[in-house]
Design a protein around this ligand. Structure first.
Ligand SMILES: [Zn+2]
Length: 303
């Protein structure tokens, strides 16, 4: 297997919440004009710290609910995330509409759900061999390893939409993009308002562990879980150069609104650490800061 770099990204629920209270009337307006008011929506609002207002360039990534390619998350006022069937139905429609996208089945979960990966490339590659032939770096982004931390799924759907129908097609000139919307598919469907008492939204959120009660984020090395075996096989087949595992901070209130971590210096590849520390980190911090965020590079830790 080629060496690949591992980075994790945690998105603060604050990002979810600051957009969560827009009214129906406001959603029809250009996203930069959305007024942010304190949310009073989620089951645990009364016990959580008061939400802080936020505004920045990232809001322009949101599409109004009445637009044809609005994601379910945008259609539902930024309050909820679609279930497995609705997620895949929307992605199927998107894949069918674009020559850039293909859908690949990675395997079945213990409860029989298919785990899917979307392949995005400027050549519309359908196989790993075809993808490798274009000599571009390949980035794999995986959401929903902890399916109660699902913001990355909705963000990835927005990005795929913008790549295929918006202004982000140029991203594929330099890179191939692989996206797993939900890894822990069974846990994603064990959905409740009460699954994470200290996390503000979405209204219905998935469960941390799989149907076999395994934490996939503790299973990379032992690979007890079917889901992890499928993922490792996919990594070996598709050979990503950079692997991004998207989480949410479980309601932790940092001063940062986006945190990220990566291989440490003592890890398997010191040279990977050096690249992540000296190239990746400054680039991520610069872009996020420019967009109005407060990024925080933290050690890869137990989430
Ligand atoms: Zn997590």
């Amino acid at each position: 297997m080629r060496r690949f770099l591992l980075a994790s990204l945690w998105v603060s629920p604050l990002l979810f919440c600051v957009t969560a209270s827009a009214t129906t009337e406001q959603q029809a307006q250009p996203s930069s004009l959305i007024s942010i008011t304190p949310a009073n929506t989620f089951i645990n609002d009364s016990i959580l710290p008061q939400i802080q207002s936020w505004s920045g360039a990232s809001e322009t990534l949101l599409m109004a609910a009445d637009q044809p390619w609005a994601t379910p998350f945008e259609q539902q006022g930024y309050l909820s995330t679609p279930n497995y069937d609705d997620t895949m139905a929307w992605l199927d429609k998107l894949v069918d509409s674009s020559d850039l996208l293909h859908k690949v089945n990675l395997g079945k979960s213990p409860q029989g759900r298919d785990i899917w990966m979307i392949v995005a490339s400027s050549e519309g590659a359908e196989t790993a061999t075809a993808l490798s032939n274009n000599d571009k770096a390949t980035v794999l982004v995986q959401a929903g390893i902890h399916s109660g931390e699902i913001d990355g799924k909705d963000a990835g759907m927005m990005l795929l939409r913008d790549i295929s129908h918006g202004n982000k097609r140029a991203l594929l000139e330099n890179v191939n993009f692989l996206f797993i919307p939900i890894l822990s598919v069974d846990a994603h469907e064990r959905s409740s308002e009460y699954n994470r008492v200290n996390q503000r939204g979405p209204i219905n959120m998935g469960w941390r562990t799989t149907a076999n009660n395994l934490n996939l984020n503790r299973d990379y090395a032992k690979a007890d879980a079917l889901e992890m075996q499928h993922l490792i096989r996919a990594i070996n087949i598709w050979q990503p150069d950079l692997y991004i595992d998207v989480h949410v901070t479980d309601g932790i209130d940092y001063q940062y609104d986006v945190t990220f971590g990566y291989n440490v210096k003592q890890g398997y590849s010191p040279s990977s650490f050096t690249w992540l520390e000296t190239i990746y980190r400054p680039a991520i911090e610069a872009v996020l800061t420019e967009q109005g965020h407060i990024p925080g590079a933290i050690s890869v830790c137990d989430r």
